[in-house]
Design a protein around this ligand. Structure first.
Ligand code: ADP
Ligand code: MG
Length: 249
């Protein structure tokens, strides 16, 4: 059974049906890359996993925490969603760092505020994580003093500081100048090698070929096809996948 399990997820915004009936299971240490045209529902799907968007229907399970969409909110449900979120590291296209905190302070924040870790311990941990993402010499810089690639690496370190069960990335390199993409992908690749479970929305085919255990092609709110990167890139079965690969390739 998967560490992430999505069953029959449906989501509409008014009359716009954005997720039609999504079933997805992600195994422990698996790296799943999601591709698809703009507007196909990729971000909404990631956001539904952590209830940043509430699905209209379906069941979401992350580890032990299972939530059914559309249930009346109650205390227990809220607590489960909170736990589910704490077990998920989310990295967005826009890095969303606190602008008035240094890189180090950004990474210390979650463990101190949410995990009630003591400051010295949180600092030690943050230093280790920033070193891991190659920013040992930038810890005291503010976001504005860092390049986009450096800011995104801080964002990854910040997500890791909560020791998530899974990492979700929504087009983590799309806002970056081309020369900064590689350094972020390398950090993600290292994490994958260490066994981190990851769901990555990206159009970086090189990354998908190198790192993905499975590539999912989404269009118009459905999973059109999925397979190894080899299968999807070299031998797509569906017309929509072929068209998309022609357009991005
Ligand atoms: P993708 O990430 O694949 O580009 P999205 O999940 O962002 O796609 O969007 C899918 C569809 O849902 C789009 O038609 C978009 O306009 C719509 N949508 C996304 N978020 C909202 C929202 N908060 N309110 C209304 N419509 C939304
Ligand atoms: Mg998106």
């Amino acid at each position: 059974m998967g560490i992430i399990q999505l069953q029959n997820i449906k989501k509409s915004f008014d009359e716009n049906v954005v997720l039609k009936d999504i079933n997805l299971s992600v195994g422990k240490s698996e790296v799943v890359v999601i591709m698809g045209p703009s507007g196909s529902g990729k971000s909404t799907l990631l956001r539904c996993i952590t209830f940043l968007e509430e699905p209209d229907k379906g069941v979401i399970r992350l580890g032990e925490n299972e939530v059914t969409a559309g249930n009346q909110p109650n205390k227990q449900r809220k607590a489960t969603i909170r736990e589910l979120r704490q077990n998920t590291g989310f990295v967005f296209q826009q890095f969303n760092l606190f602008p008035h905190r240094t890189a180090l302070e950004n990474v210390m924040e979650g463990p101190i505020v949410i995990k009630k870790m003591d400051r010295d311990q949180a600092k030690k941990k943050a230093i280790a994580l920033l070193t891991k993402v190659g920013l040992a010499d930038r810890m005291d810089h503010y976001p504005a003093q860092l390049s986009g690639g450096q800011q995104q690496r801080v964002a990854i370190a910040r997500a890791l500081s909560m020791e998530p069960m899974v990492m979700l990335y929504d087009e983590p390199t799309s806002a970056l100048d081309p020369e900064l993409v590689r350094e972020v992908l390398l950090v993600m690749k290292d994490l994958a090698k260490e066994g981190m479970t990851m769901v990555v929305v990206t159009h970086e085919m090189g990354f998908a070929k190198d790192v993905a255990d499975r590539v999912i092609f989404m269009d118009d709110g459905v999973i059109v096809e999925e397979g190894s990167s080899q299968e999807i890139f070299n031998n797509p079965k569906e017309e929509r996948t072929k068209q998309f690969l022609q357009d991005v390739g």
